[in-house]
Design a binder for this molecule. Structure first.
Ligand SMILES: C[C@](O)(CO)[C@H](O)COP(=O)(O)OP(=O)(O)OC[C@H]1O[C@@H](n2ccc(N)nc2=O)[C@H](O)[C@@H]1O
Ligand SMILES: Nc1ncnc2c1ncn2[C@@H]1O[C@H](COP(=O)(O)OP(=O)(O)OP(=O)(O)O)[C@@H](O)[C@H]1O
Length: 319
């Protein structure tokens, strides 16, 4: 008769990047409340980390790591089943029929409700960590499918690099982007709710009597510029249909955008639903100069680069 041995506790650590939308075209609202988009995603070097540790008790628990670079006291992150990482672990357990028993510790670095897909990165990292922890044997496609159930930005956090996103942003085609682009991120001290920003765009458009066309493709010049890392070519092509809605809700964004343009940024754009502003810099030195200028204004900005890889296992340890 075989004896049931308790598996030794294991810890899998995964990192997943935040993103900027280099281009974001938004169509009309659909009956399900979502909007079809045509988006060019770029994964940038600001990473969330999720450490998934097996626990003897069933269930999914979550905590925030003291290694987080965000101020944990100020964060408005639910630590129950509303947390996107918890939802990811539960979905994975349900689909793979594994008993849960997992604790998730999240290191937060991507601004919360900042338009950079931080929660989405947590969800993507959790899917990959639980996949490893439970030996689920799911294919990349199956993981991407689960990711799309969790949110529009989650599949891209798994994939990383640069990609065109159609549908609600979840139908991805990888874009060739081998050369590094340098960016400066200017996080805001407040967040913007993604549904609220989409709704504000609908409101502005309705007031203008504007019938938004279905976005079906992205400007080809963007993909050409990404392929060669041509920041000079890219600067005129950055576009975000949500920007004016974000600016309407947070008018102070105008100052950041204007200030950046007059201080040597090639271009400035609100990232996704905002309020984080992303500035394109000519190179790493120019990005650092911009960070220094912001610091002199008392504003904390971050130099990052992209593309970077999607969700990736950092360590897998038997405890
Ligand atoms: C703004 C972007 O970050 C750009 O990449 C994404 O479109 C948002 O992606 P996300 O945060 O993963 O979005 P989800 O969590 O799936 O959706 C949150 C809410 O945003 C709105 N939403 C989101 C994506 C989309 N294509 N259309 C929408 O209208 C919906 O009101 C939805 O209920
Ligand atoms: N793991 C998580 N990390 C951060 N926020 C979470 C998480 N789980 C749930 N949330 C909730 O989701 C909200 C939005 O979080 P998130 O930081 O992902 O926004 P975002 O970066 O603007 O998203 P996106 O760019 O994908 O629209 C938060 O205000 C928080 O209440």
């Amino acid at each position: 008769m075989g004896t049931m041995s308790t598996p030794r506790p294991r810890s899998v650590k995964v990192k997943a990047p935040g993103k900027v939308n280099v281009s974001l075209r938004v169509g009309p609202a659909r009956p399900d409340g979502y909007h079809s988009v045509a988006s060019v995603y770029l994964a940038v070097s600001l990473f969330e980390e999720v450490t998934a540790t097996s626990t003897p008790e069933p269930g999914v628990t979550v905590s925030l790591s003291p290694d987080s670079t965000l101020d944990l006291d100020e964060l408005d992150i639910p630590l129950d089943e509303r947390n996107l990482a918890v939802r990811a672990a539960r979905l994975m357990a349900e689909v793979t029929e594994r008993p849960t028993g997992v604790h998730l510790e999240i290191t937060k670095r991507v601004p919360v409700a900042g338009g950079m897909g931080g929660g989405s990165a947590d969800a993507a990292a959790t899917l990959l960590a639980c996949d490893a922890l439970w030996g689920s044997g799911l294919s990349k496609e199956e993981l991407a499918h689960l990711a799309a159930e969790l949110g529009a930005d989650v599949p891209f956090a798994l994939l990383g690099g640069a990609a065109v996103g159609l549908g609600v942003g979840d139908q991805l085609s990888p874009a060739l982007a081998t050369t590094r682009l340098d960016w400066v991120l200017v996080p805001a001290e407040y967040g913007l709710s993604t549904p609220r920003v989409f709704a504000e765009l609908d409101r502005l458009r309705a007031a203008e009597g504007f019938d938004a066309p279905e976005p079906t493709d992205v400007e080809p010049g963007i993909l050409t510029a990404l392929r060669s890392g041509d920041s000079g070519g890219l600067r005129h092509l950055l576009v975000n249909d949500l920007q004016r809605a974000a600016v309407e809700l947070a008018p102070q964004l105008r100052d950041t955008l204007g200030w950046a343009d007059s201080h040597g940024a090639l271009a400035s754009i609100v990232s996704g639903s905002g309020p984080t502003v992303a500035l394109l810099a000519v190179d790493a030195a120019a990005a650092q100069d911009l960070v220094d200028s912001f610091a002199r204004q008392g504003v904390e900005a971050l130099a990052v680069h992209g593309p970077v890889a999607g969700a990736k296992i950092v360590s897998d340890t038997v405890l």
